[in-house]
Design a protein around this ligand. Structure first.
Ligand SMILES: O=C(O)[C@H]1O[C@H](OP(=O)(O)OP(=O)(O)OC[C@H]2O[C@@H](n3ccc(=O)[nH]c3=O)[C@H](O)[C@@H]2O)[C@H](O)[C@@H](O)[C@H]1O
Length: 445
């Protein structure tokens, strides 16, 4: 319509002497109309074509890892950190090179985290090739994660900054390094925080885990996977100690539900793709370089500051207890699981035969009431805590945990050696050194 309107005014335009041919006036006007019509159609289609090209460009996946553009660093949208490029690949290969365990190269996800940093360091110290991966999220102080990263870097462990949900990054990592093992410790941790930010648990513990398993499935060779499940999968069970054979279908928190889902997802990838997978159910891990969101950590902070702490109690003032497990014992369990892991059987995403599938409790086998934890802290800190007792809120907490570790003992030679008082002593020593003297003077052990 508008095109017709625009053209109609041409009828009344006086023609210029040079171009106007009076003997064919109608033909001239017709050609002019045709010409303008063609021009506007051409403009319209060109515009459409350009818009389409721009749209396709924006939607197109980044160039394949083998293409030359990968020699340029790439920027993570979330964190702003970059990855890729020749220098980056060089650092990756150097970190991945084993020193005394020929052919053993481990990708540790969550390497700047509490358990991840300790495991990475132990692997490196005994000579394994180790590459870390961490997104340095701000669930708790990223400064603590950076301090752990600095320590690891001094020991020759390079932590790639990125998210397990970044498919391209994972593909690139497996293209550059033929990882023999993946120690998957990246997760959204914390039982109570799931009430505040449920989607972060789905993002990391489910979507991120599936993304990682997809990358492992397609990798050549397929790595063996060892990953962190949780004691929380036992949920509301009342039979103690918790055994791997017990039911795990009544989780008390979304955190627990995502870890339980992880176990089921792991089984699927083992069954379909021949991935060798070992799940480790950690029981309330504590120690130096720990997580500030955990009770023993913020109780210490608040006791020292003279701030009140809240201690939860069960019905009729019964105590709430945890099978607190010291970090060094957990690290030994992780390494035992890695050392006994069999190879995955698949290749090119296809299963070639049945692959190993295991689940182990890694606990301490001696639950301690939270009131006792506080008493030990008061003794070590030489400060009386300002305590407030409150009934256990319905926010994901369970009343007690207690691990049966006989399976881990027989298969991994797992044998926890640190009681809560000895472990907290080491934690308090580290805490005071780290927060009074700064991170540089604190070492791992
Ligand atoms: O084994 C696990 O799989 C989980 O262990 C850990 O969870 P939890 O055992 O709940 O540890 P944590 O929060 O330190 O509370 C310890 C105790 O203090 C009590 N508690 C807590 C807070 C408070 O203010 N008062 C209190 O009494 C509270 O009731 C509890 O009895 C990890 O955080 C989790 O990521 C997961 O790994």
């Amino acid at each position: 319509m508008s095109q017709l309107k625009t053209l109609s005014h041409l009828d009344s335009i006086p023609s210029s002497p040079g171009k106007f041919k009076p003997d064919k006036p109608s033909f001239q006007i017709h050609r002019l109309r045709l010409h303008s019509s063609l021009l506007s159609r051409l403009a319209f289609w060109s515009l459409l074509f350009l818009t389409l090209m721009a749209f396709l460009f924006l939607l197109s996946p980044p160039s394949s890892p083998s293409s030359s553009s990968f020699s340029q660093p790439r920027r993570n949208l979330g964190s702003g950190a970059s990855w890729g490029g020749r220098e980056w690949e060089k650092r990756l290969r150097k970190s991945a090179a084993p020193r005394s365990n020929p052919g053993r190269t481990v990708l540790v996800t969550g390497a700047a985290g509490f358990v991840g940093s300790h495991v990475s360091l132990s692997l490196r110290r005994r000579g394994d090739g180790v590459v870390g991966l961490d997104n340095f999220d701000s669930y708790y102080d990223p400064g603590l994660k950076r301090a752990r990263q600095n320590l690891l870097s001094r020991s020759g462990v390079f932590i790639v900054e990125g998210d397990i949900n970044d498919r391209e990054l994972l593909k690139k990592l497996f293209d550059v390094v033929p990882f023999t093992h993946v120690m998957h410790l990246a997760a959204q941790a914390g039982v109570r925080y799931a009430m505040e930010n449920p989607s972060s648990y789905i993002h990391s513990n489910i979507a991120g885990f599936v993304n990682l398993l997809e990358a492992c499935k397609s990798a050549n060779p397929q790595p063996a996977i060892i990953w962190a499940s949780s004691s929380s999968v036992y949920g509301l069970n009342s039979k103690v100690p918790f055994s791997e054979k017990d039911r795990t279908d009544q989780p008390a928190s979304l955190y627990a539900a995502t870890k339980k889902a992880g176990e089921e997802i792991a089984h699927t990838y083992n069954h379909i793709h021949g991935l060798s997978i070992t799940g480790l159910r950690f029981f309330t891990v504590y120690g130096p370089w720990g997580r500030p969101d955990m009770a023993y950590f913020f109780f210490t902070k608040n006791i020292l500051k003279g701030k009140q702490i809240t201690i939860y109690e069960g019905p009729d003032h019964s105590s709430v207890a945890r099978d607190f497990t010291y970090i060094d014992d957990i690290v030994k369990g992780c390494l035992g699981a890695l050392d006994t892991a069999k190879k995955s059987t698949g290749s090119g995403g296809k299963k070639k035969g049945a692959a190993q599938f295991r689940i182990f409790n890694l606990g301490n086998t001696s639950p301690v009431p939270v009131t006792e934890l506080v008493r030990i802290l008061e003794k070590l800190l030489k400060v009386k805590a300002k305590k407030k007792l409150l009934p256990l809120p319905r926010n994901g907490d369970v009343k007690f945990t207690h691990a049966n570790i006989s399976l881990a003992h027989s298969e991994l030679r797992y044998e926890p050696k640190t009681d809560l008082e000895a472990g907290l002593k080491k934690f308090v020593k580290w805490y005071i050194s780290y927060y009074n003297n700064g991170s540089k003077k604190s070492s791992f052990r």
